[in-house]
Design a protein around this ligand. Structure first.
Ligand code: SF4
Length: 325
């Protein structure tokens, strides 16, 4: 193991950027990795990394992350964000990469006391326990204030050279960024869909109705969502961009479209093929979101984009038989 080489958990935010740059300035070889999930894709992190000359390594942990999300040991944050377990998982995955990258320890941009849930002092320890990566994490921005870990004890990292940032204020970090010419970093906390209220409500609904899989999760990011029955949910495009995205995404779903009026696309997702009542309900909701259509009109529908069936419905005005997600 190369004791001068570490793996950094990199999010694209300022703190992780600074921790990478700081360790590099101290002479370490830093390998920044991003762990991609369906809720936090690498796109922005790759852009942020490129903007500051960081060569980012992306690893997909979707399956493990989706599994963990069903029952996080330390619970959820304000929405469906299981931050402590998520960090634990990322540290565990990073630790598994040490051999591959011939690195001796891990670093992250966490700052003591900065975020209420994932970065409190006790939560930091919980992360260490949750990840079973007991003793090889260094947080360069706060390590002076934290208990010593192996890289300090073994002399790989000089504690005196570590920083002592703490609290929610960001002025010190912004000052460091200016001094080192770092621009183009992301705003803190941005990017993870699990911290979004509406997305979290939709996700919970998928879990509750046995429709929690990677494919359905991708649809959560597009359009308006309606829970019709335990078996069936409807997605209606909100904009023409949504309609285009939905039409690109559909495979086995039932697609609905108003026959004689231009308007939004509807997509029905189901556990078993929807019955007549479910189709009628979906068609009436779709029609209601079509401003150009008459109060009563024909909606065409069919599987695999084969709209070979018609149903005449009225606009669904009372909104009682379904739940808006
Ligand atoms: S905000 Fe999202 S990506 Fe970040 S730790 Fe929390 S759950 Fe994980």
């Amino acid at each position: 193991m190369n004791k001068n080489r570490c793996i950094a958990l990199f999010s694209g935010g300022l703190d992780s950027t600074l921790s990478v740059k700081y360790m590099e300035k101290l002479g370490y070889e830093v390998i920044p990795v991003f762990f991609e999930t369906p809720f936090f894709t690498a796109k922005n992190a790759l852009e942020a990394a490129a903007a500051v000359g960081i060569d980012l390594h992306v690893h997909d942990i979707s399956q493990e992350h989706m599994q963990m999300l069903l029952n996080p040991r330390y619970g959820y944050g304000k929405n469906m964000n299981p931050c402590i377990d998520c960090h634990g998982l990322m540290f565990a995955k990073a630790a598994q990469l040490l051999e591959e990258y011939d690195a001796a320890f891990l670093i992250s941009g966490e700052v003591l006391g900065q975020r209420p849930m994932s970065q409190r002092f006790d939560a930091m320890n919980a992360v260490r326990n949750a990840s079973k990566v007991k003793d090889i994490i260094i947080r360069p921005l706060s390590q002076k204030l934290l208990p010593d870990t192996k890289p300090i004890r073994a002399g790989w990292v000089d504690k005196e050279k570590m920083l002592a940032l703490q609290g929610r204020g960001r002025s010190k970090q912004i000052e460091m960024a200016k001094e080192w010419g770092i621009h183009g970093y992301q705003s803190p906390g941005g990017g993870c869909l699990l911290t979004d209220k509406v997305f979290s409500k939709r996700l919970k609904d998928l879990i509750q109705n046995q429709q929690y899989n990677l494919r359905n999760i991708q649809f959560l990011k597009v359009g308006r969502h309606f829970r019709l029955t335990e078996n069936c949910k409807l997605i209606v495009g909100k904009t023409s961009a949504d309609n285009k995205r939905l039409s690109d995404m559909v495979e086995d779903e039932v697609v609905l479209k108003t026959k004689e009026y231009p308007g939004p696309l509807g997509v029905l997702q189901f556990n078993k093929y929807p019955d007549d009542n479910e189709i009628e309900l979906a068609a009436s909701i779709l029609l209601d979101y079509n401003n150009k259509a008459a109060e009563k009109a024909i909606v065409s529908y069919g599987k695999n984009y084969n709209l070979n069936k018609d149903i005449e419905v009225k606009k669904n005005k009372d909104k009682k038989e379904f739940q808006i997600l």
